[in-house]
Design a protein around this ligand. Structure first.
Ligand code: MLT
Length: 404
Protein backbone atom coordinates (compact mmCIF):
# COMPACT_ATOMS: atom_id res chain seq x y z
CA UNK A 1 0.00 0.00 0.00
CA UNK A 2 1.43 3.33 -0.96
CA UNK A 3 1.94 6.13 1.50
CA UNK A 4 1.56 9.81 0.97
CA UNK A 5 3.93 12.59 1.91
CA UNK A 6 2.40 13.24 5.31
CA UNK A 7 4.09 16.61 5.55
CA UNK A 8 1.28 17.90 3.33
CA UNK A 9 -1.22 17.03 6.05
CA UNK A 10 0.53 19.41 8.41
CA UNK A 11 -0.30 22.42 6.24
CA UNK A 12 -3.07 24.45 7.88
CA UNK A 13 -5.86 25.53 5.50
CA UNK A 14 -5.25 26.23 1.84
CA UNK A 15 -2.77 28.55 0.16
CA UNK A 16 -3.48 32.14 1.25
CA UNK A 17 -4.51 33.48 -2.15
CA UNK A 18 -6.69 30.41 -2.84
CA UNK A 19 -8.54 31.05 0.43
CA UNK A 20 -9.10 34.68 -0.49
CA UNK A 21 -10.21 33.69 -4.01
CA UNK A 22 -12.77 31.26 -2.59
CA UNK A 23 -14.10 33.81 -0.10
CA UNK A 24 -14.52 36.46 -2.80
CA UNK A 25 -16.20 34.00 -5.19
CA UNK A 26 -18.66 33.00 -2.46
CA UNK A 27 -19.34 36.65 -1.65
CA UNK A 28 -19.95 37.65 -5.28
CA UNK A 29 -22.22 34.64 -5.80
CA UNK A 30 -24.28 35.74 -2.78
CA UNK A 31 -24.24 39.44 -3.82
CA UNK A 32 -24.19 39.52 -7.64
CA UNK A 33 -25.31 43.17 -7.63
CA UNK A 34 -22.21 44.38 -5.76
CA UNK A 35 -19.22 45.72 -7.69
CA UNK A 36 -15.95 44.42 -6.30
CA UNK A 37 -12.54 46.06 -6.63
CA UNK A 38 -9.67 43.61 -6.25
CA UNK A 39 -6.57 44.96 -4.57
CA UNK A 40 -5.68 41.62 -2.99
CA UNK A 41 -3.24 39.39 -4.87
CA UNK A 42 -0.35 41.28 -6.43
CA UNK A 43 -1.42 40.62 -9.99
CA UNK A 44 -0.71 43.21 -12.68
CA UNK A 45 -3.45 44.81 -14.77
CA UNK A 46 -1.63 46.81 -17.44
CA UNK A 47 -1.07 45.18 -20.86
CA UNK A 48 2.35 43.92 -21.94
CA UNK A 49 4.50 46.75 -23.30
CA UNK A 50 4.59 47.15 -27.13
CA UNK A 51 8.29 46.19 -27.38
CA UNK A 52 7.48 42.90 -25.63
CA UNK A 53 4.48 42.17 -27.82
CA UNK A 54 6.56 42.89 -30.92
CA UNK A 55 9.29 40.48 -29.77
CA UNK A 56 6.67 37.80 -29.08
CA UNK A 57 5.07 38.24 -32.51
CA UNK A 58 8.38 37.90 -34.25
CA UNK A 59 9.29 34.82 -32.16
CA UNK A 60 5.91 33.27 -33.03
CA UNK A 61 6.70 33.78 -36.73
CA UNK A 62 10.08 32.11 -36.24
CA UNK A 63 8.34 29.10 -34.71
CA UNK A 64 6.22 28.80 -37.87
CA UNK A 65 9.12 28.26 -40.21
CA UNK A 66 11.33 25.15 -40.42
CA UNK A 67 14.53 27.24 -40.67
CA UNK A 68 13.94 29.17 -37.47
CA UNK A 69 11.81 26.73 -35.46
CA UNK A 70 13.12 25.93 -31.94
CA UNK A 71 12.40 22.88 -29.84
CA UNK A 72 13.64 22.37 -26.29
CA UNK A 73 15.39 25.40 -24.87
CA UNK A 74 18.91 25.00 -23.45
CA UNK A 75 18.88 23.83 -19.80
CA UNK A 76 19.90 27.13 -18.27
CA UNK A 77 17.99 29.33 -20.74
CA UNK A 78 18.91 30.89 -24.09
CA UNK A 79 22.18 32.78 -24.10
CA UNK A 80 20.60 35.88 -25.62
CA UNK A 81 18.41 36.23 -22.52
CA UNK A 82 21.06 35.30 -19.97
CA UNK A 83 23.45 37.83 -21.56
CA UNK A 84 20.77 40.53 -21.47
CA UNK A 85 20.08 39.79 -17.78
CA UNK A 86 23.78 39.71 -16.84
CA UNK A 87 24.29 43.05 -18.54
CA UNK A 88 21.04 44.83 -17.58
CA UNK A 89 20.47 43.59 -14.05
CA UNK A 90 24.05 43.07 -12.87
CA UNK A 91 26.97 44.56 -14.84
CA UNK A 92 25.25 47.94 -15.19
CA UNK A 93 24.74 47.96 -11.42
CA UNK A 94 28.37 47.13 -10.74
CA UNK A 95 27.48 43.59 -9.60
CA UNK A 96 29.72 40.75 -10.69
CA UNK A 97 27.37 38.08 -12.05
CA UNK A 98 28.13 36.16 -15.25
CA UNK A 99 25.57 34.90 -17.74
CA UNK A 100 26.43 31.28 -16.88
CA UNK A 101 25.45 31.88 -13.24
CA UNK A 102 21.86 32.66 -14.31
CA UNK A 103 19.20 29.95 -14.59
CA UNK A 104 16.13 31.00 -16.57
CA UNK A 105 12.83 29.56 -15.36
CA UNK A 106 9.09 30.02 -15.65
CA UNK A 107 8.89 32.28 -12.63
CA UNK A 108 10.21 33.15 -9.20
CA UNK A 109 7.34 31.50 -7.35
CA UNK A 110 8.40 28.05 -8.59
CA UNK A 111 12.07 28.77 -7.98
CA UNK A 112 11.43 30.10 -4.47
CA UNK A 113 9.48 26.92 -3.73
CA UNK A 114 11.92 24.53 -5.38
CA UNK A 115 15.25 25.94 -4.26
CA UNK A 116 15.00 24.27 -0.83
CA UNK A 117 15.33 20.86 -2.53
CA UNK A 118 19.09 21.20 -2.89
CA UNK A 119 19.48 21.59 0.88
CA UNK A 120 19.34 18.95 3.59
CA UNK A 121 16.00 18.52 5.34
CA UNK A 122 17.66 19.10 8.70
CA UNK A 123 18.69 22.62 7.78
CA UNK A 124 17.09 25.27 9.95
CA UNK A 125 15.32 28.04 8.07
CA UNK A 126 14.78 31.64 9.16
CA UNK A 127 11.99 33.74 7.70
CA UNK A 128 10.72 37.25 8.16
CA UNK A 129 7.38 37.42 9.90
CA UNK A 130 5.17 38.36 8.04
CA UNK A 131 6.44 36.54 4.95
CA UNK A 132 5.49 35.42 1.43
CA UNK A 133 3.82 32.08 2.31
CA UNK A 134 5.57 30.05 -0.40
CA UNK A 135 8.87 29.96 1.52
CA UNK A 136 7.24 28.47 4.60
CA UNK A 137 4.73 26.14 2.93
CA UNK A 138 7.32 24.52 0.66
CA UNK A 139 9.59 23.86 3.62
CA UNK A 140 6.63 22.30 5.42
CA UNK A 141 6.08 20.02 2.42
CA UNK A 142 9.75 19.04 2.59
CA UNK A 143 9.47 18.16 6.30
CA UNK A 144 11.85 20.85 7.51
CA UNK A 145 9.60 22.83 9.85
CA UNK A 146 8.64 20.59 12.80
CA UNK A 147 5.17 20.86 14.26
CA UNK A 148 2.57 23.59 13.89
CA UNK A 149 1.06 25.29 16.91
CA UNK A 150 -2.38 26.64 15.95
CA UNK A 151 -2.39 28.89 19.01
CA UNK A 152 0.74 30.80 18.00
CA UNK A 153 0.43 30.00 14.27
CA UNK A 154 4.11 29.10 14.33
CA UNK A 155 6.20 26.08 13.33
CA UNK A 156 8.48 24.64 16.01
CA UNK A 157 11.58 24.43 13.81
CA UNK A 158 11.34 27.74 11.98
CA UNK A 159 13.22 30.78 13.22
CA UNK A 160 10.85 33.74 12.91
CA UNK A 161 12.24 37.24 12.51
CA UNK A 162 9.45 39.67 13.39
CA UNK A 163 9.15 42.70 11.12
CA UNK A 164 7.13 45.26 12.99
CA UNK A 165 6.59 49.01 13.01
CA UNK A 166 9.14 49.22 15.88
CA UNK A 167 11.98 47.90 13.70
CA UNK A 168 10.85 49.64 10.52
CA UNK A 169 9.59 46.28 9.20
CA UNK A 170 13.20 45.13 8.78
CA UNK A 171 14.33 41.87 10.42
CA UNK A 172 16.98 41.80 13.12
CA UNK A 173 19.72 39.17 13.21
CA UNK A 174 18.19 36.08 14.86
CA UNK A 175 19.30 34.80 18.26
CA UNK A 176 19.44 31.19 17.05
CA UNK A 177 21.67 30.51 14.07
CA UNK A 178 19.83 29.48 10.88
CA UNK A 179 21.28 27.57 7.93
CA UNK A 180 19.00 29.12 5.30
CA UNK A 181 17.75 32.70 5.53
CA UNK A 182 14.90 33.88 3.33
CA UNK A 183 14.91 37.61 2.68
CA UNK A 184 12.70 39.56 0.27
CA UNK A 185 13.43 43.23 -0.42
CA UNK A 186 11.63 45.39 -1.35
CA UNK A 187 9.40 43.38 0.86
CA UNK A 188 6.26 41.46 0.18
CA UNK A 189 3.98 41.96 2.07
CA UNK A 190 5.04 45.02 4.11
CA UNK A 191 6.37 47.11 1.20
CA UNK A 192 9.43 48.01 3.28
CA UNK A 193 12.97 48.23 1.92
CA UNK A 194 16.46 47.97 3.44
CA UNK A 195 19.49 50.09 2.67
CA UNK A 196 22.65 48.64 1.21
CA UNK A 197 24.33 49.03 4.62
CA UNK A 198 21.52 47.03 6.28
CA UNK A 199 21.74 44.28 3.69
CA UNK A 200 25.53 44.19 4.04
CA UNK A 201 25.02 43.22 7.71
CA UNK A 202 23.09 40.14 6.56
CA UNK A 203 25.70 39.20 3.98
CA UNK A 204 28.47 39.49 6.57
CA UNK A 205 26.40 37.49 9.05
CA UNK A 206 25.75 34.70 6.51
CA UNK A 207 29.41 34.49 5.55
CA UNK A 208 30.43 34.46 9.22
CA UNK A 209 27.97 31.75 10.27
CA UNK A 210 28.06 29.64 7.10
CA UNK A 211 24.41 30.30 6.18
CA UNK A 212 22.91 30.80 2.74
CA UNK A 213 20.64 33.77 2.02
CA UNK A 214 17.83 33.10 -0.43
CA UNK A 215 17.17 36.63 -1.63
CA UNK A 216 13.90 37.36 -3.42
CA UNK A 217 14.30 40.55 -5.45
CA UNK A 218 10.99 40.29 -7.32
CA UNK A 219 10.04 43.90 -6.55
CA UNK A 220 13.40 45.49 -7.37
CA UNK A 221 11.98 47.58 -10.24
CA UNK A 222 9.90 49.59 -7.74
CA UNK A 223 12.87 50.99 -5.82
CA UNK A 224 12.76 54.77 -5.85
CA UNK A 225 15.31 55.63 -3.15
CA UNK A 226 19.02 55.95 -3.86
CA UNK A 227 20.52 53.91 -1.02
CA UNK A 228 18.34 50.82 -1.55
CA UNK A 229 20.20 47.97 -3.30
CA UNK A 230 18.71 46.52 -6.50
CA UNK A 231 20.47 43.20 -6.06
CA UNK A 232 22.14 41.50 -3.11
CA UNK A 233 25.29 41.23 -5.23
CA UNK A 234 25.83 44.96 -4.73
CA UNK A 235 27.00 43.86 -1.28
CA UNK A 236 30.58 42.79 -0.69
CA UNK A 237 30.89 39.03 -0.20
CA UNK A 238 27.39 38.12 -1.45
CA UNK A 239 28.82 35.82 -4.12
CA UNK A 240 29.84 33.33 -1.46
CA UNK A 241 26.58 33.29 0.53
CA UNK A 242 23.58 34.37 -1.56
CA UNK A 243 21.17 32.99 -4.12
CA UNK A 244 18.98 35.60 -5.82
CA UNK A 245 15.52 35.05 -7.27
CA UNK A 246 14.06 37.40 -9.87
CA UNK A 247 10.72 37.58 -11.60
CA UNK A 248 9.51 39.23 -14.80
CA UNK A 249 5.98 39.38 -13.35
CA UNK A 250 6.17 42.63 -11.47
CA UNK A 251 8.67 44.64 -13.52
CA UNK A 252 7.25 43.68 -16.92
CA UNK A 253 3.75 42.31 -16.33
CA UNK A 254 4.55 38.63 -17.05
CA UNK A 255 2.21 37.14 -14.40
CA UNK A 256 0.25 35.36 -17.13
CA UNK A 257 3.25 34.79 -19.39
CA UNK A 258 5.65 33.27 -16.83
CA UNK A 259 9.36 34.02 -16.75
CA UNK A 260 11.91 34.38 -13.98
CA UNK A 261 15.44 33.46 -13.12
CA UNK A 262 17.67 32.35 -10.28
CA UNK A 263 21.27 33.38 -9.79
CA UNK A 264 23.71 31.00 -8.12
CA UNK A 265 27.25 32.36 -8.17
CA UNK A 266 29.97 29.77 -8.73
CA UNK A 267 31.68 30.90 -5.49
CA UNK A 268 28.76 29.60 -3.44
CA UNK A 269 29.99 26.30 -2.05
CA UNK A 270 29.21 23.90 0.78
CA UNK A 271 32.71 22.57 1.47
CA UNK A 272 33.84 21.78 -2.05
CA UNK A 273 30.32 21.15 -3.41
CA UNK A 274 29.07 23.87 -5.73
CA UNK A 275 25.43 24.83 -5.25
CA UNK A 276 25.45 26.00 -8.86
CA UNK A 277 26.23 22.44 -9.95
CA UNK A 278 23.45 21.01 -7.76
CA UNK A 279 20.84 23.43 -9.10
CA UNK A 280 22.07 22.79 -12.67
CA UNK A 281 21.55 19.07 -12.07
CA UNK A 282 18.07 19.69 -10.73
CA UNK A 283 17.15 22.13 -13.48
CA UNK A 284 18.35 19.75 -16.19
CA UNK A 285 16.49 16.80 -14.68
CA UNK A 286 13.16 18.37 -13.74
CA UNK A 287 12.73 21.23 -16.16
CA UNK A 288 12.69 21.72 -19.92
CA UNK A 289 13.00 25.46 -20.06
CA UNK A 290 10.78 28.49 -20.50
CA UNK A 291 9.34 28.74 -24.04
CA UNK A 292 11.48 30.39 -26.74
CA UNK A 293 8.72 32.94 -27.44
CA UNK A 294 8.66 33.98 -23.79
CA UNK A 295 12.44 34.15 -23.50
CA UNK A 296 12.47 36.49 -26.53
CA UNK A 297 9.80 38.55 -24.76
CA UNK A 298 12.10 38.65 -21.73
CA UNK A 299 15.00 39.84 -23.86
CA UNK A 300 12.85 42.77 -25.06
CA UNK A 301 12.54 43.94 -21.44
CA UNK A 302 16.20 45.00 -21.70
CA UNK A 303 15.91 46.76 -25.08
CA UNK A 304 15.92 50.57 -25.08
CA UNK A 305 12.27 50.69 -26.14
CA UNK A 306 11.33 48.03 -23.56
CA UNK A 307 13.11 49.87 -20.75
CA UNK A 308 11.44 53.18 -21.61
CA UNK A 309 7.97 51.61 -21.83
CA UNK A 310 8.38 49.67 -18.60
CA UNK A 311 9.61 52.73 -16.76
CA UNK A 312 6.24 54.30 -17.56
CA UNK A 313 4.39 51.18 -16.45
CA UNK A 314 6.17 51.14 -13.10
CA UNK A 315 5.45 54.87 -12.70
CA UNK A 316 1.78 54.14 -13.36
CA UNK A 317 1.63 51.57 -10.54
CA UNK A 318 3.66 53.76 -8.23
CA UNK A 319 1.20 56.59 -8.80
CA UNK A 320 -1.44 54.16 -7.53
CA UNK A 321 0.78 53.36 -4.54
CA UNK A 322 1.11 57.06 -3.70
CA UNK A 323 -2.62 57.58 -4.14
CA UNK A 324 -3.43 54.71 -1.76
CA UNK A 325 -0.82 55.69 0.76
CA UNK A 326 -1.77 59.36 0.90
CA UNK A 327 -5.51 58.68 0.66
CA UNK A 328 -5.41 56.26 3.58
CA UNK A 329 -3.27 58.62 5.63
CA UNK A 330 -5.81 61.38 5.05
CA UNK A 331 -8.54 59.01 6.14
CA UNK A 332 -6.66 58.48 9.42
CA UNK A 333 -5.01 55.11 8.79
CA UNK A 334 -1.48 54.24 9.87
CA UNK A 335 0.25 53.27 6.67
CA UNK A 336 3.69 52.17 5.47
CA UNK A 337 5.23 50.80 2.25
CA UNK A 338 4.37 52.06 -1.20
CA UNK A 339 7.60 54.02 -1.69
CA UNK A 340 9.99 51.32 -2.92
CA UNK A 341 7.35 48.64 -3.44
CA UNK A 342 3.87 48.26 -4.96
CA UNK A 343 2.39 47.18 -1.60
CA UNK A 344 0.81 49.35 1.07
CA UNK A 345 0.74 47.93 4.57
CA UNK A 346 -1.82 49.40 6.92
CA UNK A 347 -2.75 48.96 10.52
CA UNK A 348 -6.33 47.77 10.86
CA UNK A 349 -8.57 50.30 12.59
CA UNK A 350 -10.12 49.80 16.03
CA UNK A 351 -8.05 46.71 16.81
CA UNK A 352 -9.86 44.59 14.25
CA UNK A 353 -8.10 41.37 13.36
CA UNK A 354 -6.79 41.17 9.82
CA UNK A 355 -9.61 38.82 8.75
CA UNK A 356 -12.25 40.95 10.48
CA UNK A 357 -11.02 43.91 8.48
CA UNK A 358 -11.01 41.79 5.30
CA UNK A 359 -14.73 41.02 5.80
CA UNK A 360 -15.50 44.60 6.84
CA UNK A 361 -13.84 46.05 3.76
CA UNK A 362 -15.44 43.53 1.44
CA UNK A 363 -18.92 44.01 2.84
CA UNK A 364 -18.87 47.75 3.44
CA UNK A 365 -16.71 48.94 0.54
CA UNK A 366 -16.61 46.04 -1.92
CA UNK A 367 -12.79 46.20 -1.80
CA UNK A 368 -10.65 43.06 -1.60
CA UNK A 369 -7.28 43.22 0.12
CA UNK A 370 -5.02 40.68 1.80
CA UNK A 371 -5.17 40.05 5.56
CA UNK A 372 -1.75 40.57 7.13
CA UNK A 373 -2.14 37.53 9.39
CA UNK A 374 -2.19 35.35 6.27
CA UNK A 375 1.53 36.13 5.96
CA UNK A 376 2.40 35.12 9.51
CA UNK A 377 1.54 35.87 13.13
CA UNK A 378 3.30 39.26 13.17
CA UNK A 379 1.01 40.32 10.33
CA UNK A 380 -2.01 40.13 12.64
CA UNK A 381 -3.71 43.50 12.88
CA UNK A 382 -2.31 44.55 9.50
CA UNK A 383 -3.69 44.53 5.99
CA UNK A 384 -2.09 44.71 2.54
CA UNK A 385 -3.36 46.62 -0.49
CA UNK A 386 -1.73 46.29 -3.88
CA UNK A 387 -0.94 49.14 -6.28
CA UNK A 388 -1.34 46.81 -9.27
CA UNK A 389 -4.97 47.77 -9.99
CA UNK A 390 -6.00 50.29 -12.63
CA UNK A 391 -5.77 53.93 -11.59
CA UNK A 392 -9.54 54.31 -11.92
CA UNK A 393 -10.20 51.33 -9.66
CA UNK A 394 -7.59 52.52 -7.18
CA UNK A 395 -9.29 55.91 -6.92
CA UNK A 396 -12.73 54.32 -6.66
CA UNK A 397 -11.52 51.93 -3.93
CA UNK A 398 -10.13 54.82 -1.92
CA UNK A 399 -13.32 56.81 -2.22
CA UNK A 400 -15.27 53.82 -0.94
CA UNK A 401 -12.82 53.23 1.94
CA UNK A 402 -13.02 56.90 2.95
CA UNK A 403 -16.79 56.67 3.12
CA UNK A 404 -17.04 53.73 5.52
C1 MLT B 1 1.32 38.36 -3.81
O1 MLT B 1 0.22 38.87 -3.97
O2 MLT B 1 1.86 38.23 -2.73
C2 MLT B 1 2.03 37.88 -5.03
O3 MLT B 1 1.45 38.36 -6.17
C3 MLT B 1 1.98 36.46 -5.12
C4 MLT B 1 2.97 35.98 -6.11
O4 MLT B 1 3.70 36.75 -6.73
O5 MLT B 1 3.03 34.77 -6.26
Amino acid sequence: MYKINENYLKLPGSYLFSTIGKKVTAYTAAHPEKSIIRLGIGDVTQPLAPAIIEAMHSAVDEMGSAETFRGYAPDLGYEFLRNAIAEGDYRLRGADIKADEIFVSDGAKCDSGNIQEIFSTDNRIAVCDPVYPVYVDTNVMAGRTGTYDPATEMWSDIIYMPCLAENGFAPELPKETPDLIYLCFPNNPTGSAVTKAQLQIWVDYANRTGAVIIYDAAYEAYISEENVPHTIYECEGARSCAIELKSFSKNAGFTGVRLGYTVIPKDLKCGDISLHALWARRHGTKYNGAPYIIQRAGEAVYSDAGKAQLKKQIAYYMKNAKTIREGLETAGYTVSGGVNAPYIWLKTPENMTSWEFFDYLLERAGVVGTPGSGFGPSGEGYFRLTAFGSYENTLAALERIKQI
